[in-house]
Design a binder for this molecule. Structure first.
Ligand code: ADP
Ligand code: G3P
Length: 507
């Protein structure tokens, strides 16, 4: 092993693209970050321009090497981690997307998902894919693009188009169109991948009229997928040797290699993921069964609780309500209120994910008085992130019967100390923030480094993942039960409000 070499991770998130260079000790050497535009063409729709994403990635890829002040040939491997489910379809010849990418949060395919539910496919799809039918996953987004873009299905059937999640789109571009592939963790988020047979599922494909030729090949997460081509990386051919969806990569970066290991990442959304070992466990309570990673031909599965709105609720206060200019100011503002004063914010802006899976519900605020102020609303919004996390953690503990000793956390919004203290209080469980904030990128670096022999094995990686600040519960269990009961009531009321008017008679 050569200590003078490095691994580079590309973390393509919902709001920004990052490139991070790690050294052999798993320490960050340099970071470059670039935000890109979000498009909201209609209420509930969220889209990205795949070319703008690719531009932002090229920019950070070059910039990070300059910031690190290392010669680019010292980068031994590149790992990719990505916002998951977000769907791009492009023309194989021109490389041009046929439409903007449909983002995981987007609700424009709710009717397609609802039709599948109404036709009774819930059990079949859950059994095959581990997922709950929802517009969140790629499948309905692919169908929508093939239905809506003129001529797209015919072109797809003629083999002229390619589908990819963002990892696949970046890999295809980095290799100049030579490699059309994904990894098992990303494939398991499409609602088209059979997690038992480990292949695209023909029955689901025909249900949605999606031709197989559109789909990428599926590889282990730690695998040499291809090499950077042309001048995408200073004219050097570097192996792209690791790919994983960002939530699974964060589990890997937190060294969650053992059954029962669990982490929560607070980014745009919040995602609690538990390693459940090498056989899939199907949830009865609204958790997803997903693939954590594929390594040496073996699959490790996970249970996941997906919360759609976490850090994006802070962005809503920043941009929609205009309370502050930077997300980090949310903590100081919230601290001006000693409590939320009975206010509950339910930030169901794009429906509710786990454990409710209610794609039609929208957000609500309860308990307003004449004295309600910005500090209280901000505090209540931060608290909502923690309440949603308790919803999924409680479900996970109940389902697995594995008591939670501590919750390992990371992600952009985990910088918020008030959030993490409230999380410890409401869960009555210690919260441990990772020392390296960029655990998602670290996970991708680990996967890439393993594939090229930069690191030897999981035992070595476990030594490189360190715990940072810990938050212990400061409130009583009785307090937590009381405050959480109010949240559960707010959720019930919000769901009731989303019912069609005629069905509200029971109120
Ligand atoms: N100090 C903070 N307090 C609360 N939320 C924050 C803070 N800093 C960042 N965020 C939120 O974290 C999110 C960004 O985190 P990040 O992990 O980069 O997300 P993503 O990978 O989804 O783009 C944003 O939604 C932002 O509002
Ligand atoms: O962009 P993030 O970090 O919130 O992650 C998005 C998830 O991968 C969506 O499933």
């Amino acid at each position: 092993m050569d200590n003078q070499q490095y691994v580079l991770a590309l973390d393509q998130g919902t709001t920004s693209s990052r490139a991070i260079i790690f050294d052999h000790a798993g320490q960050v050497v340099a970071i470059a970050q670039e935000e890109f535009p979000q498009y909201f063409p209609q209420s509930g729709w969220v889209e990205h321009d795949a070319n703008e994403i690719w531009d932002s990635v090229q920019k950070v890829l070059n910039e990070v090497v300059i910031k690190a002040q290392i010669p680019p040939y010292k980068v031994r491997a590149i790992g990719i981690t990505n916002q998951r489910e977000t769907t791009v379809i492009w023309d194989k010849q021109t490389g041009q997307p046929i439409h903007r990418a449909i983002v995981w949060q987007s609700k424009q395919t709710s009717a397609i998902a609802q039709a599948l539910i109404d036709q009774g496919y819930q059990a079949l799809i859950h059994q095959k894919t581990g997922l709950i039918i929802d517009s969140y996953f790629s499948a309905t987004k692919i169908k929508w693009l093939l239905d809506q873009v003129p001529g797209a299905r015919e072109r797809a059937k003629r083999g002229e188009l390619l589908f990819g999640t963002i990892d696949t789109w970046l890999l295809w571009n980095l290799t100049n169109g030579k490699v059309h592939a994904t990894d098992v963790s990303n494939a398991s988020r499409t609602m088209l991948y059979n997690i038992h047979t480990r292949d695209w599922d023909d029955e689901i494909l025909s249900l949605l009229d999606i031709p197989r030729s559109l789909l990428p090949t599926v590889e282990d997460s730690s695998h040499i997928f291809g090499y950077t081509a042309d001048y995408h990386f200073y004219g050097i051919q570097v192996p792209i040797a690791g790919i994983a969806g960002d939530q699974q990569a964060a589990l890997f970066g937190q060294a969650g290699f053992h059954e029962g290991d669990v982490k929560n990442t607070y980014g745009t959304g919040a995602f609690t993921v538990m390693n459940t070992g090498t056989t899939p466990t199907l949830s009865k309570n609204g958790l997803l069964t997903t693939i954590a990673y594929g390594l040496n031909g073996e699959i490790t599965y996970a249970l996941e609780g997906s919360v759609f709105v976490a850090g994006s609720a802070i962005q809503w206060i920043r941009d929609g309500l205009g309370f502050f200019a930077d997300a980090k100011e949310s903590e100081a503002l919230a601290k001006q209120a000693p409590s939320a004063n009975g206010i509950y914010v339910v930030p169901a802006f794009t429906g509710l994910g786990a454990p409710y899976w209610d794609q039609n519900v929208r957000g609500a605020m309860f308990g307003l008085t004449r004295g309600t102020n910005r500090a209280q609303i901000t505090r209540a919004t931060i608290e909502a992130i923690a309440f949603q996390t308790r919803d999924v953690v409680d479900t996970m503990v109940q389902e697995t019967q594995l008591p939670l000793q501590k919750l390992a956390v990371d992600g952009g919004a985990s910088r918020n100390n008030l959030l993490l203290q409230f999380q410890a209080d409401i869960l009555q469980t210690p919260i441990v923030r990772a020392a390296v904030e960029e655990t998602t990128a670290l996970g991708a670096a680990f996967l890439a480094g393993l594939a090229v022999g930069y690191w030897d094995d999981l035992a070595q990686l476990a030594q490189l993942s360190h715990a940072g600040q810990q938050y212990t519960p400061q409130q009583s269990a009785a307090w937590a039960s009381h405050v959480y009961a109010g949240w559960q009531q707010a959720i019930r009321a919000t769901q009731l409000f989303s019912q069609p008017v005629g069905e509200l008679d029971e109120l």
